[in-house]
Design a protein around this ligand. Structure first.
Ligand SMILES: [Zn+2]
Length: 103
């Protein structure tokens, strides 16, 4: 259920990417992460404004994403890359400068 073509970021017009995105969204929610992957709803947008995307939170999310992708891809470097990309996207959404461990 993960896209083989777009490894660096989700592509809006790709079904595989959409499926992966939805899976990920459900996964993050079910793990009680306070970090919202999807900012489409007004409520979530308002929520995000008031929430700080702290490094501590980013690391927690990274660990979950990494484990998630390791299970999906059975490839640690791939999982590492994908998880970091998600965190970077979150940094951009929250106007947070990405941390050095994301490089
Ligand atoms: Zn794709």
């Amino acid at each position: 259920m993960i896209c083989k073509q777009h490894r660096d970021q989700f592509n809006d017009s790709c079904d595989d990417c959409k499926n992966e995105y939805l899976l990920l969204k459900g996964f993050v929610k079910s793990n009680n992460s306070i970090c919202s992957i999807d900012n489409n709803s007004k409520k979530e947008k308002e929520l995000n404004k008031n929430e700080e995307f702290s490094e501590e939170r980013a690391k927690g999310l990274y660990q979950k994403l990494f484990l998630y992708y390791v299970k999906k891809t059975e490839n640690e470097s791939e999982a590492n890359k994908r998880a970091k990309n998600i965190i970077k996207l979150q940094c951009a959404k929250h106007n947070v400068q990405p941390w050095t461990w994301l490089n």
